[in-house]
Design a protein around this ligand. Structure first.
Ligand SMILES: CC[C@H](C(=O)O)C(=O)SCCNC(=O)CCNC(=O)[C@H](O)C(C)(C)COP(=O)(O)OP(=O)(O)OC[C@H]1O[C@@H](n2cnc3c(N)ncnc32)[C@H](O)[C@@H]1OP(=O)(O)O
Length: 255
């Protein structure tokens, strides 16, 4: 089974789906490669007007980094190599020249929330649990998601959900303005309906509006703020508290 699936829809949506439901769509090195592939495709294909990111199954959008695969990374430098690889892709996603949407089909936690944050829009199935839970593992957002979140929510609201490292309901996050719409059921057709007016417009119109947003972030040095955030996470990654927290998760069911 492929770790990700890319589907080009006649509506002009390119769908990138993380396909690891048995691990709640955790991100491994293969999935990181898949995100780069999807961004390359969406950039080059003139038929593509929007990029939609989602997950396979009804339980998870994405559970963040694969704690088994990335658990092997022990030192700050080893961690930084992976974190910056994904962080560079999240900067590329956040500043992507075409509109992007996170179709949140299930729980989105840790780096899964960072991926959702990097998209322009977030629509979610009711009752999904979402949250930047990295703090529970003794680390901070490792893919630059906090810097992007500070661009999308009032700073005090963004800081509260980062500091709490908690999970929230979709209704709570809609009230905060993090989630744009909540649906009882959700699938790619929900995304097509939500994007229907955007998909009717010329691609060059959509791209010009994205350029206007991206230039704001270029001037406010979003990329270097993300790099600093990622470096700080890699320093925390090396500490014993982080490795013990990950080990506790990985062995929790075997007790
Ligand atoms: C790399 C850093 C990155 C960043 O911040 O940049 C991060 O994302 S750090 C945060 C990493 N993610 C987590 O800590 C989330 C861990 N997972 C969970 O909290 C839960 O699994 C949840 C809420 C996503 C879903 O809970 P649910 O009860 O529905 O499922 P289970 O917990 O029973 O898990 C089912 C199955 O999936 C495996 N699993 C889940 N998440 C991960 C993961 N992130 N990495 C590896 N494997 C994961 C879990 O172990 C179970 O497998 P099984 O073989 O059945 O034990």
């Amino acid at each position: 089974m492929d770790d990700f699936i890319i589907t080009s829809h006649p509506s002009g949506i390119l769908e990138w789906r993380i396909n690891r439901p048995e691990k709640r769509n955790a991100v491994n090195f293969n999935v990181i490669k898949g995100l780069e592939e999807a961004l390359d495709w969406a950039e080059k294909d003139q038929q593509v007007k929007t990029l939609v990111i989602t997950g396979t199954g009804k339980q998870a959008f994405c559970s963040g980094g694969d704690l088994d695969e990335f658990h092997q990374l022990k030192t700050s430098e080893e961690a930084f190599s992976m974190l910056s690889k994904m962080g560079n892709l999240l900067y590329r996603l956040a500043t992507f020249i075409k509109p992007t949407l996170a179709l949140i089909n299930g729980s989105a936690v840790g780096g899964g929330c960072e991926i959702a944050t990097a998209c322009d829009f977030r629509i979610a199935k009711k009752e999904c649990k979402m949250g930047f839970i990295q703090g529970r593992l003794g680390i901070t957002t490792g893919w630059g998601g906090a810097s992007i979140l500070y661009e999308k929510l009032p700073p005090q609201e963004a800081m509260k959900i980062l500091l709490e490292a908690n999970t929230y309901s979709t209704d709570q996050l809609k009230e905060l303005g993090f989630v744009q719409e909540v649906f009882e059921k959700i699938d790619i057709h929900t995304a097509e309906d939500y994007l229907s007016h955007i998909l009717k417009n010329h691609l060059h119109v959509l791209m010009c509006y994205k350029v206007a947003l991206v230039s704001k972030w270029e001037h406010s040095a979003l990329q270097s703020r993300m790099e600093k955030e990622i470096r700080n996470c890699s320093i925390l990654w090396e500490k014993e508290e982080h490795h013990q927290a990950v080990e506790k998760f990985r062995t929790r069911k075997k007790e």
